[in-house]
Structure formats: C-alpha cells, structure tokens
Unconditional design. Structure first.
Length: 99
C-alpha cells in the first residue's frame, strides 16, 4: 500500500488518514452521534514534516509514517487530496501512538 502522497507537511505537522468509524460496539450496541463526537479520533500517519526548530536546533518528529495515532477531535484541518480525506495536525495534537 505504499502510494506516493501528493502532499508534504511542513515543520512539526503530520498528515493522518482517518480510520473508518465504527457505528456499533463489539456487542452490537449502536453508538449515538453525540457520543461519537466527543471521542478522540484515530488514524494512520501517512506523511510527516521534518520537525520543529527550538533555539536554532531541529527537534525531530516522534511519530513516523505507518504509526496509528489517537488525536484530539478538534485539533486538525480536514483536506481532500486525490479524492481521499486526510487530516493535517501538529505533532503536539497527537495524544498517543497506538501499539
């Protein structure tokens, strides 16, 4: 699945492909829209910037392409690239890397 993405994030930003949202729990309980809106979002990192500069030194990125991450529901910009939806967010907006 190694496709060349036609977008390169700058500085400490990353591009995330959102994971499909589940409408039901494993036990078949339907999750209402109001509950889904409050939950953090999950996605796969598809591109990363070089990092951020602090006092003239480059601080490299912690996340890497292929990582599945959990991020704040409100801390990203939605973009459509080559017909697919992606989120662009700062690395600081990542809450956790999923293992």
């Amino acid at each position: 699945m190694a496709t060349k993405l036609s977008i390169q994030p700058l500085n400490d930003r990353i591009v995330v492909k959102p994971l499909a949202k589940e409408e039901k729990t494993a036990m078949g309980i339907i999750i209402p829209d109001s509950a889904k809106q409050e939950a953090p979002s999950k996605g796969t990192v598809v591109a990363v910037g070089l990092g951020r500069y602090e006092d003239g030194d480059l601080i490299p990125m912690t996340v890497k392409v292929g990582d599945q991450v959990l991020f704040s529901k409100y801390g990203f910009d939605e973009v459509k690239v080559d017909g697919d939806d992606y989120y662009i967010l700062s690395e600081s907006g990542v809450l956790a890397i999923l293992k």
